[in-house]
Design a protein around this ligand. Structure first.
Ligand code: N01
Length: 497
């Protein structure tokens, strides 16, 4: 298998999570790390999602690292190319790219108990490391719809996260399947730019007006000149978002006035009462991700756009067929059907102490970790954006920074005590998850009357954090060694390698 490369820390993925880890490890003096990334560039989801209209629905000020605030955001919600460019710039400025290896796939990672090391086979060689840190992301692997006949469709079919920029949609009949966060950004871009657009909706989402604007050059100059001002502005947005938590996790009826706002939005933007009825959701707001758009409803209201709500039964060589028997001819199908969220692909490639993969370990009862970051049976494995760390109301960048702080403290603690292994105790992990699931019972994600990617096949919410992000940060502020089994380096372990 060739020569093994030895490093202290192997980081998987070069998106927000992997990049933050690299920068913070470097800052802490943990400089012997390698970041492997399957693509050719940093950026993760913001490199991959290049569909027309791709933009962030979390305010720009909050959707950036606290240690690399960006005074130059052009808009209050950043378009994808700007976020991608931001990440490229942050990576360059931090001078960590010398330890990134691109075009490298993780084939499998195994804990070697004798060596007290992770042994990771990649497409560009084997890496042996003390720790394995996954920044592989939660919304990565496209979930393709299992529709009868879609494989034999003669035209082009592609997923929103794998946009085919060579496909010329001008003058074409296009179908978009799905009405989630991605689709509502795509539909307004395609409406009017194609001959005809059919939007296939299974469940109507809640869509709020988007309070978006361009930042003036004066504002940007002020942010640059007075960083404290930008910090305060960012804090204001953060605390404003934090007030949403009660609606999600304690009393979903708090969303009732916001639902009224969304209904008024429908009434204002859509002329046809029948169409208004079909886009009005039948579940409590917050149960699925709350969407924001000023252009989605006007796009649906166009004469060259049809919203189709009859279920799709099959796709033929050149048409989509719905349950009422209607066959709608189409040249291109865009599937905006989301991602594998409760069965992350990385889990199939990571094998722990007892020879089982993470995926096998989670197969029976769903994803579970300790503090969303470590997993019993997987020593020195740290997962960023792991189980129950997702948010419905705020920025994942905040979560990533919180988890990286916890990992950094874990590494500091390990060094201070001379520990070669840390692994969360089974009881600690059980208690953590039992408490989380007790809280889940009253969240809108479980009581709101919808099905969503937040829930796994058992109906458990293993993706979202059911408390404030303030609490999350507190829970991750210090490595709580008491909840861990620890072990010193054994004789056979080679120091430094
Ligand atoms: O995916 P989704 P997404 N036949 O899973 C429908 C983040 N994000 O890519 O609701 C027909 O939300 C499905 O219908 P239903 C954000 O966290 C962020 O849009 O299940 N339809 C739904 O309408 C988001 O939540 C930004 O009934 C089918 C849609 O496809 C997450 O990514 C931007 C179907 C899937 O919606 C995922 O969003 C974009 C089938 N067989 C995304 N299968 C930001 O701005 C699925 N659907 C930060």
């Amino acid at each position: 298998m060739g020569v093994e490369q030895h490093v202290d820390h192997l980081v998987v993925g070069a998106g927000f999570a992997g990049l933050c880890t690299a920068i913070k490890l470097d800052e802490a003096g943990e400089r012997d790390f390698l970041v492997v990334e399957r693509a050719h560039d940093v950026g993760g989801t913001w490199r991959d999602n290049t569909y027309p209209g791709a933009a962030c629905d979390v305010p720009s000020q909050l959707y950036s690292f606290s240690f690399a605030r960006n005074p130059d955001w052009t808009r209050s919600f950043s378009p994808q190319p700007e976020i991608h460019a931001y990440l490229q710039r942050v990576a360059r400025d931090a001078e960590v790219l010398d330890r990134f290896r691109f075009a490298t796939d993780v084939l499998d990672a195994r804990w070697d108990d004798d060596r007290q090391r992770w042994v990771t086979r990649t497409s560009t060689g084997t890496v042996v490391s003390r720790t394995l840190i996954s920044g592989a992301g939660a919304l990565v692997e496209p979930r393709l719809p299992d529709i009868d006949g879609i494989g034999s469709f003669q035209g082009e079919v592609f997923h929103s996260a794998r946009w085919d920029h060579d496909a010329d949609l001008t003058g074409k009949r296009v179908a978009v399947i799905g009405t989630g966060a991605s689709a509502i950004q795509i539909v307004p871009e395609l409406a009017g730019a194609t001959r005809h657009l059919d939007v296939y909706q299974r469940t109507a989402p809640w869509v709020l007006p988007r309070h978006e604007r361009a930042y003036s050059s004066v504002e940007r100059r002020l942010f640059r000149r007075f960083p404290l001002l930008q910090k305060l502005y960012r804090s204001g947005i953060y605390w404003g978002r934090e007030t949403w938590v009660a609606g999600f996790t304690v009393e979903p009826r708090l969303f009732a006035p916001v639902e009224r706002l969304a209904r008024r939005h429908i009434a204002r933007e859509i002329r046809d009462p029948e169409l208004r009825a079909r886009v009005t959701p039948d579940f409590r707001m917050g149960c699925k991700r709350i969407l924001q758009s000023n252009s989605y409803y006007p796009a649906l209201d166009r004469d060259d756009v049809d919203l189709v709500t009859d279920p799709i039964v099959k796709v033929t060589g050149d048409a989509v067929v719905t349950a009422d028997g209607t066959e709608r001819p189409v040249d291109v199908i865009v599937v905006a059907t989301g991602f594998h969220t409760t069965d992350p692909p990385i889990a199939r490639h990571v094998t722990g102490r007892d020879g089982r993969t993470l995926a096998d370990t989670w197969a029976g009862s769903g994803m579970a970790a300790y503090r969303g970051t470590t997993v019993h049976g997987f020593p020195n494995y740290f997962s960023i954006v792991g189980p129950n760390t997702g948010l419905g109301h705020s920025s994942m960048v905040f979560v990533i920074e919180s988890q990286v702080a916890y990992i950094r403290d874990a590494l500091r603690t390990m060094r201070a005590h001379g520990w070669a292994e840390v692994e969360p105790r089974a009881e600690a992990q059980r208690a953590w998850n039992a408490a989380l699931q007790r809280r889940m019972g009253r969240t809108v994600w479980q009581t709101g009357g919808c099905a969503s990617w937040y829930l796994d096949e058992h109906g458990r919410s293993t993706t979202l954090w059911p408390r404030t992000t303030v609490t999350m940060r507190r829970r991750l502020s210090r490595f709580d060694a008491g909840a861990y089994e620890v072990a010193p380096a054994r004789e056979v372990a080679r120091v430094g390698g």
